[in-house]
Design a protein. Structure first.
Length: 299
């Protein structure tokens, strides 16, 4: 027997001359006499978020242990290199709220050394998650983290692994229109129809949008007929209309540009566009229409 790897602990119980000897292995420099291969994987792509996630991002990750290692490794300690335990990911504007969770999305416990502790439970594959709070609303840019993994008990020459995480948040913008079937408003797909009403009278309607983006948004409004409602039967008969956006009344004789800021929140931000006409009591009877196009650009 190698004296550096094992020794016996003698405990004597004198019961009628009987001596009981307990002999147990002792670790040499805390190195376990088992070995094998293991690997770490952290995905750079989040899974689809659900309604309960509220825009949070979950990146799947896993640790693979060989059969021999799975029999002796009890825990894996995970340390974020140079980051705090609740801010393990860094982005273009600094650290973001992020952490690690087990396969059931329960936050991992932390030891006194600032590392997360992942229980292996005798499994050869241990799944876990890298979590970023409100990841859907991250500002555009690169987000990264460097993680160190250490198995416990340690094995000789093979106890640590490193993994890099990188995610690129791209600018995006989307909008939805409220008020289907209300106030003369109807739409199918991306086409919106607004019935302004009796043009011999002054009318006012509001297009009520909710805009979501992870950056500032430029709104670009154009008119097919340069801000004129055109009589479908007599095209030279026109009636001007006006757009109210950001508290300002404008015609669409030329395109209108408007900027939206602070759109990165869970509910989005409202964008209300007023549409009104001046009373035209002598307007020629008929159907008048124009096509207004609204374009949204993430900046």
């Amino acid at each position: 027997m190698n004296s550096k790897e094992h020794k016996c602990q003698w405990i004597q119980y004198i019961l009628g001359g009987l001596i009981i000897i307990f002999c147990s292995p002792v670790l040499a420099n805390n190195i376990v006499t088992c070995g094998g291969e293991w690997s770490v994987s952290v995905s750079n792509n989040p899974v689809d978020t659900s309604l309960r996630d509220r825009g949070d991002f979950w990146f799947p990750a896993s640790i693979e242990l060989s059969k021999s290692l799975a029999m002796c490794v009890k825990t894996v300690e995970i340390e974020s290199m140079g980051r705090g335990v609740d801010r393990i990911v860094r982005g273009p504007q600094g650290d973001v709220a992020s952490s690690l969770s087990d396969e059931k999305r329960v936050p991992l416990i932390q030891n006194g050394k600032g590392s997360y502790v992942l229980q292996t439970l005798g499994k050869r594959r241990i799944n876990f998650w890298l979590y970023i709070s409100k990841g859907k609303h991250l500002s555009p840019g690169m987000y990264n983290s460097e993680l160190r993994f250490a198995i416990n008990p340690k094995i000789e020459h093979n106890s640590e692994r490193y993994a890099s995480f990188q995610y690129t948040a791209k600018p995006y913008v989307k909008a939805r229109l409220n008020g289907q079937g209300q106030n003369g408003l109807s739409y199918t797909g991306s086409s919106i129809r607004l019935d302004i009403g009796n043009l011999t009278k002054k009318n006012h309607h509001t297009l009520d949008f909710i805009v979501q983006s992870n950056t500032s948004v430029k709104v670009w409004l154009t008119s097919e007929n340069k801000g004129q409602l055109v009589n479908m039967d007599t095209p030279h008969r026109t009636i001007p209309y006006f757009i109210i956006i950001g508290g300002r009344r404008n015609t669409l004789a030329s395109p209108i540009e408007y900027n939206l800021y602070n759109t990165s929140n869970l509910k989005g931000v409202p964008l209300k566009i007023g549409v009104e006409n001046e009373a035209s009591p002598y307007a020629t009877a008929g159907i008048y229409q124009d096509v207004m196009t609204m374009s949204l650009f993430a900046q």
